[in-house]
Each structure stands twice: as structure tokens, then as C-alpha cells.
Design a protein around this ligand. Structure first.
Ligand code: CP
Length: 302
């Protein structure tokens, strides 16, 4: 998201708009990427991003191949660079990479001719998640500029938070982050966000609440007293949501920890757009693939 301008983001969202209808057809396929091949290499677990990229590529008629860490020769000691060189030797057009190390997609991109898409790298970025979040906000609210957006949860370990903050600010939203002080990076205000100590005050009059799960897998020790206490103070429930604007939307990138950062009532309630985010992820990833390897925007996408 660092590298994209507001105009670039607008182009991706507009392209996703024109591709979204393919998923509503009886025959969910367009020939746009016929003859192109997409490798999904996920070194960390994924439900949404991996299946979404695979479905997006298939809906545009690309050939897809998926590789996970446990089924790759990295478990036998092969390095990331050698893995990149060997995948490139098979001439894919795109490699979608998720990795636990921040910067891994940039290392890959230097090594291969294929376009490399970052599907989440360590605690650095998760750009296609941010793009689908921006798409969903624009779809629900008409525009992003001037909206009051609260991102609540484990900001310190969240690549989604970083990418969303960068994207939201570029599109003119006002962003507040909230969470336990130990999960808010020191100096985050320099990114252009406000920090709220009181989650109820943060949510007051906001247009969008984005919740993040606590990333236990990236913490060597628990950075707050207990999960129960976290849920009591920072979990979004229907009562806290009453302070938000009447047409507030609640977002979450998934996976949800129900009863911790979000109550069942909010997750499944009328303000939740969580499954719309997942649906929009396919359209946004189709757009990213199309813009990278499908030719000019004016090409026929039918
Ligand atoms: N939002 C997201 O990245 O979910 P997955 O980890 O399931 O891909």
C-alpha cells in the first residue's frame, strides 16, 4: 500500500467493480487470463486469502497451482531464494506469496520475472486485504473521504492494520486506533492516526469500526493480563456499538475470535459486513491479477 497512489487505489477499486458481476453469473468465468499461470505459495495458514486468490484466478481462466510450506521442500531446508528460483524456472506469470517474514515478497520479486503479489508478510503488510476493505467501505458508504474509521485490537502485530491505515489515509479517511497500550506501537501517531485510550470514546460517532484479533502466534508472552479481561475492555459488543453512527459498519479481516474482540451479536448482527468483505476479496483479487497480467484497462473483460 506504501507504493500505491490514491489514483492507483481508485483504478483497482473501479476495476474490481467491473469484474464483480462475473461472480454472480451462472457460468462464473471470463477468458481474460487464459494461458496465464498463477502460483499460490502460502508459507502461513490461510482460509480467505488463499481460496480467494485461487477462485479469482480461476474465474479469469488462469491456470492455478497451490503450494503450502508443509508440502514444499522448505521443510527439507531449501532456502527462500532457491524456492523462488525453482518456481521461476517453471515460468509462472504471477506468484502470490504469504510468508511469516516481513519483506519476503520483496526478496522473491528481486529473484523472479513473474509478478509477485504480497498475500501478507510477517507484521509488515497485507495489501489485498486493505484493498478489499477499501472496496467494501466505498461500496457501503459511497466514498471513503472524510469518514471516521476506528481500528481496534492488536495494532502492534497486525499487517492488516498497517496496510489499512496507509490506504485509508491516502483515500482521505480519519483513522483512530484503539487497544491495550501494549498492543499499540509507540509513535504510531507519526503515521497520521489518532490513538484512543478509551474504546467506547473511540467508537463514538464513527462510521466504520474495524476489529482485529489478537495475534497470539506473534507474541512470545501475553501482553495483557488475560483474554477475558481483553474481551471485557476491548471486545466490541452491541452496547458499545450504540455510541457509533446509526449507519455504522463493522468489519473484521478474519479469522474471528468470537467473545474476545467481537461478540456474536455484533459479528452476526445488522451492522456487520464481514462476509461482504470476503465476497469482495474475490473481485479485488481478480482486479489485481487483471491489472498485473491481463493487459490495459480498456480491454474487454467479458
Ligand atoms: N484475512 C485473512 O488474511 O484471512 P486468512 O488468514 O484466512 O487468509
Amino acid at each position: 500500500m506504501e507504493a500505491l497512489s490514491a489514483a492507483d487505489i481508485g483504478l483497482i477499486l473501479d476495476t474490481a467493480d467491473s469484474l464483480k458481476s462475473i461472480s454472480a453469473r451462472d457460468i462464473k468465468k471470463a477468458p481474460t487470463l487464459r494461458g496465464k499461470s498463477v502460483v499460490n505459495f502460502f508459507y502461513e495458514p490461510s482460509t480467505r486469502t488463499k481460496s480467494s486468490f485461487e477462485i479469482a484466478a480461476k474465474r479469469l481462466s488462469a491456470d492455478t497451482f497451490s503450494l503450502s510450506a508443509s508440502s514444499s521442500s522448505m521443510v527439507k531446508g531449501e532456502t527462500l531464494l532457491d524456492t523462488a528460483r525453482n518456481l521461476q524456472a517453471m515460468s509462472p506469470d504471477v506468484i502470490v506469496l504469504r510468508h511469516s517474514s516481513s519483506g519476503a515478497p520483496y526478496v522473491f520479486a528481486k529473484e523472479v520475472k513473474a509478478a509477485v503479489i504480497n498475500a501478507g508478510d510477517g507484521i509488515n503488510e497485507h495489501p489485498t486485504q486493505a484493498l478489499l476493505d477499501l472496496y467494501t467501505i466505498r461500496e457501503k458508504k459511497g466514498s471513503i473521504e472524510g469518514l471516521k474509521v476506528v481500528i481496534m485490537g492488536d495494532i502492534a502485530h497486525s499487517r492488516v492494520a498497517r496496510s489499512d491505515i496507509i490506504g485509508l489515509l491516502k483515500m482521505g479517511a480519519h483513522v483512530t486506533v484503539a487497544g491495550p497500550p501494549t498492543l499499540i506501537p509507540k509513535g504510531i501517531e507519526a503515521m497520521g492516526v489518532s490513538v484512543a485510550k478509551d474504546p467506547a470514546l473511540a467508537v463514538k460517532d464513527c462510521d466504520v469500526v474495524m476489529l482485529l484479533r489478537v495475534q497470539f502466534e506473534r507474541q512470545s508472552k501475553l501482553l495483557f493480563p488475560s483474554i477475558r479481561e481483553y474481551g471485557t475492555y476491548f471486545g466490541l459488543n452491541e452496547n458499545m456499538l450504540k455510541g457509533a453512527k446509526q449507519d455504522v459498519i463493522v468489519m473484521h479481516p478474519g479469522p474471528l475470535n468470537r467473545g474476545v474482540e467481537i461478540s456474536n451479536g455484533v459479528a452476526d448482527g445488522p451492522y456487520s459486513v464481514i462476509l461482504d468483505q470476503v465476497a469482495n476479496g474475490v473481485a479485488v483479487r481478480m482486479a489485481v491479477l487483471y491489472l498485473l497480467i491481463g493487459g490495459a484497462k480498456s480491454d474487454n473483460v467479458d
